[in-house]
Design a protein around this ligand. Structure first.
Ligand code: SF4
Ligand code: SF4
Length: 436
């Protein structure tokens, strides 16, 4: 098997949260390959511990990807605030004989430094076209854990059946652990001991979604964050669309702060969040670029959770318009970044102060493999694309790492694997339950 086949077979998808199948990225011919270790969501230490414990595998994966795709140069992008990890990274680059290929790139501590388009601009000065992706400007970006998974697939034929997860926020016992895919959130909650009255967010304070303790860890679950239910980030995520629009109509004063700080606007994209509010509030022409800009919004939440003095949410309005305008197809065009892009970046500390979560900043303990002996629920779709079809049935014995779903030929899909030696308890079109 070549690297693409191994990566596909191992079920590797973007571990940073996007879930795009990694084998597709390896089919491209970029000039520059970037390891994204920005970890820009507040409070998270997932990438931090991946680097601390597996930096050589991350560098091996990046080197493999560079060599396989024919990229001329690789960058390891990480925030300056993680300076204590720099010697480890530099040593690993040296020990993997990758000094001529890979350079460490220091990012500022701003949000969203890990957004692919901001990252590509910071490192290369190139602007990903509107509605485009980094390969349109000769760049591929992979998360640090994804790159380590590439190395494990190549060297050990190891599929993705576990991942690093941060469990942080309003909890007695914040930790980072290696957790089997399919582990119910409630098992991790029991260990973290969240304060009563808190709300569970999967992913991150800014871009994550409110979830239930019954949900399970997937290949894209980088973090579980607990926040007070009256936290502005929780209010933004849980408000009904009716109340979002009602408050928007009552309170938006067209101050344009949301547009001034929108990272996509500042990269030169034709997106002006205050205009979508004007369109919504005053029933203006919604067929123009104003509504179509919904396709340019990365849902970072800077407008709603930092910029707007009233906590109004152009982000939610764009999500709504995007859903309604899916049939629109805007041609990509080149443009220039705002000359004040640097000055307008949102410092992470100020963002955390605005969200009243500065007091939650503490390094969680790394506890290694998370011990959980209960049943695992493995979703058959944990990625962007088509779900796989189960290839096991109830009562089957499965081995750790065994493939339990398969993909249709030529579909955008990756299989899933059993995290344990066990017995198949239940099979549906959406998931497989495995117990011991
Ligand atoms: S969520 Fe808001 S700030 Fe972020 S890209 Fe969308 S409109 Fe801009
Ligand atoms: S920042 Fe808030 S009040 Fe100002 S234009 Fe944007 S949504 Fe309206």
């Amino acid at each position: 098997m070549n690297l693409i086949e191994k990566v596909k077979h191992a079920g590797i998808v973007g571990a940073g949260g996007a879930g795009f199948p990694t084998y597709v990225k390896l089919q491209s011919r970029p000039e520059i390959y970037i390891c994204n270790a920005a970890e820009c969501e507040p409070l998270l230490y997932t990438d931090y511990y991946v680097i601390k414990h597996h930096i050589n595998d991350v560098i091996k994966g990046l080197k493999l990807a560079i060599e396989f795709t024919g990229a001329k140069k690789g960058f390891f992008a990480i925030k300056k605030k993680r300076k204590e990890l720099f010697p480890l990274i530099e040593e690993a680059i040296k020990s993997e004989n990758a000094e001529s290929k890979i350079s460490l790139f220091e990012l500022g501590d701003y949000y969203p430094a890990g957004d692919e388009q901001s990252l590509v601009h910071d490192i290369t000065g190139r602007i990903v076209p509107q509605n485009g992706i980094p390969i349109d400007v000769g760049v591929v970006v992979n998360n640090a854990l994804t790159l380590a998974q590439i190395a494990w697939a190549k060297e050990k034929n190891e599929p993705v059946y576990k991942r690093f997860v941060s469990v942080v926020g309003e909890v007695e016992n914040p930790f980072v652990a290696i957790v089997n895919i399919g582990t119910p959130f409630k098992a991790l909650i029991d260990h973290a001991k969240p304060k009563s009255g808190t709300v569970l967010i999967e992913g991150g304070v800014m871009m994550g979604n409110v979830k239930s303790p019954e949900d399970v860890i997937t290949k894209t679950t980088g973090a579980l964050v607990f926040l007070e239910e009256n936290n502005p980030a929780v209010r933004e995520k849980t408000a009904s669309f009716e109340s979002v629009t009602r408050f928007s109509k009552a309170a938006c004063c067209q101050c344009t702060e949301c547009t001034v700080l929108c990272p996509r606007h500042n990269l030169g994209h034709k997106i002006e969040p205050h205009m979508i509010m004007r369109t919504l509030n005053y029933g203006l022409d919604s067929s123009s670029y104003i509504a179509q800009a919904a396709f340019l919004c990365c849902q970072c939440g800077v407008c709603s959770m930092f910029a707007c003095p009233f906590g109004l949410s152009p982000k939610r309005i764009y999500a709504y318009f995007r859903k309604r305008l899916k049939e629109y197809n805007i041609p990509a065009e080149q443009h220039k970044a705002d000359p004040f892009n640097e000055e307008k970046k949102v410092p992470t500390k100020r963002l955390m102060a605005r969200l009243s979560i500065l007091h939650l900043e503490r390094k969680p303990e790394f506890i290694g493999e998370f011990g959980y002996n209960g049943e695992l629920t493995i979703p058959l779709k944990q990625h962007i694309g088509a779900p796989g079809k189960p290839i096991v049935k109830e009562g089957d014995k499965v081995k750790k790492g065994q493939q339990i779903s398969k993909c249709e030929e030529k579909s955008l899909c990756v299989p899933v694997h059993s995290p344990i030696n066990g017995i198949v308890k239940k099979v549906t079109n959406n998931f497989v339950i495995i117990g011991s």
